[in-house]
Design a protein around this ligand. Structure first.
Ligand code: EPZ
Length: 429
């Protein structure tokens, strides 16, 4: 199977932005990256074809598609619907190059083990936001009866049968909770998972698995009970809108004091952001499925927040929020509590004149004017944050490489251009 997707990066994509333009108008929110990736892994648990409607065409989905094809699945698109035919899965040995490209390959263990009885993935590459260990996944799968051997390159797992168990996660982990659910739905007997993550993506995964015939209770709370089934059936589902993309675009409007309408935004999943937005002077209302935001009064009230597990302020919007704080007079303070190294983008904004420092684990930002500069993106949400800073800055900003942002934002430059932003993507040979 050609690893077409993983061809070397020869041309470096970059975003070119001319700042200082207001954002106004309407944008439709894409399907959720962090909801669809575990759903794609879940497809391996059944022997027919599943359909994921309103699926975002982003690089992480393309990478997961390549991985599924590598295992023997057939995948194809009809408009924005992704079809996954998992009738013939022949291997669970995932090449290392994929894990380096995308961390989410680790929760393929949870779906390949019940399907094939064996699987192997490399250690997902750490990234600039932290080490990203997988010990919580390993402990859980062993508790379900899998034999896992860890070696320098990664993890090999075997399990004739997985047996239900009671498992308490030592710390809250979205991916480990998802892996646990995927591994337990076909395990023998009942599994009770305690101290689970409560993110909406877990709720969406469970709803999809229930359509496939799984027996799951408690998603959205910290205790999830699963009755193992003999087999699951094909199903189809709508990929929910991406709460982090919606939050990014709301914050883009805030960065330039614009008025942005987010069509299809999952408002019920955005409570923590909306309360911070209101505190900083933002105004919003929801009418027939659209979130209308008005940021004309943003700019005078600095922000004090800490990120947290859902329903707390999402770590994935921490860097985009930092970009808005860099434009708000006064001193804002942001505390990242989920990842150990997620201030890189804010520090990079110093090149744009942002007054940013880290003191006792807090990000302190003295807001003021930003100026266009050449900056480097080191992760997905950090790259998005730099785009927001570029929109607010005076002059031109160049952000390289574009590949991180392309992992999770389906058409950010088109969306922001449609709202009046001056941004385009170019390729630097
Ligand atoms: C998911 O990552 C998301 N990714 C992340 O979004 C998100 O930031 C994160 O959850 C937290 O909400 C996807 O859903 C694909 P965790 P995940 O396991 O599952 C530590 C984005 O930008 N940990 O909840 O990897 C870990 O290092 C991405 O879309 C262990 O120590 O996050 C982190 O400090 C970035 N051992 C904390 O737990 C483990 O075995 C939370 O991580 C696993 C995690």
């Amino acid at each position: 199977m050609p690893l077409a997707f993983l061809k070397g990066e020869t041309a470096v994509g970059q975003y070119l932005i001319e700042g200082g333009h207001k954002l106004e108008g309407r944008v439709r929110i894409q399907g959720s990256k962090n909801a669809v990736l575990p759903m794609m892994a879940a497809a391996l648990l059944q022997r027919g074809t599943v359909i994921l409607r309103h699926c975002p065409r982003i690089d992480d989905v393309r990478c997961m598609e390549e991985i599924l094809r590598y295992t023997g699945a057939r995948t194809w698109w009809q408009e924005e619907n992704l079809f996954l035919d998992c009738s013939k899965i022949v291997t669970g040995e995932i090449p290392g190059a994929y894990a380096d490209k995308m961390r989410s390959s680790v929760f393929l263990l949870g779906s390949l083990l019940p399907r094939l009885g064996s699987a192997a993935v490399s250690y997902p590459g750490g990234c600039t936001i932290g080490l990203r260990p997988v010990d919580l996944h390993v402990k859980l799968l062993r508790n379900l009866g899998a034999e896992l051997t860890e070696h320098s390159g990664g993890i090999s797992a075997r399990a004739e049968t997985l047996r239900g168990c009671r498992h308490r996660f030592p710390r809250v982990s979205v991916g480990a909770t998802e892996n646990g659910i995927l591994a337990a739905v076909l395990a023998r007997g009942e599994t009770v998972l305690e101290n689970c993550a409560r993110e909406p993506e877990i709720f969406h995964l469970c709803r999809f698995l229930r359509k496939m015939g799984a027996s799951i209770r408690g998603e959205g709370s910290s205790v999830i009970c699963i009755q193992g089934q003999r087999e699951l059936q094909p199903a189809q589902t709508e990929v929910p809108p991406d709460r982090i993309v919606a939050g990014t675009y709301l914050l883009a409007g805030a960065a330039v004091r614009g008025e942005v309408e987010l069509c299809g935004a999952p408002v019920e999943e955005m409570g923590a952001l909306l309360s911070v937005y209101r505190k900083m002077g933002g105004q919003y209302e929801v009418k027939s499925g659209t979130l209308f935001t008005d940021s004309r009064r943003v700019g005078k009230i600095p922000v004090q927040i800490a990120t947290g597990c859902y329903p707390g302020f999402p770590t994935d919007l921490q860097s985009p929020l930092a970009a808005v704080c860099a434009t708000i007079r006064g001193r804002s303070r942001i505390r990242e509590t989920i990842f150990e190294d997620r201030y890189q983008a804010a520090l990079e904004m110093r090149k744009m004149g942002a007054k940013v420092e880290i003191s006792r684990g807090n990000l302190l930002i003295q807001g003021g004017r930003l100026y266009g500069a050449e900056v480097l993106a080191g992760d997905l949400r950090g790259g998005a944050a730099l785009i927001l800073a570029g929109l607010a800055a005076e002059g031109r900003t160049k952000i390289r490489p574009s590949r991180y942002v392309e992992r999770g934002y389906e058409h950010i430059e088109e969306d922001l251009t449609a709202l009046g932003g001056k941004i385009r993507k170019a390729v630097q040979e």
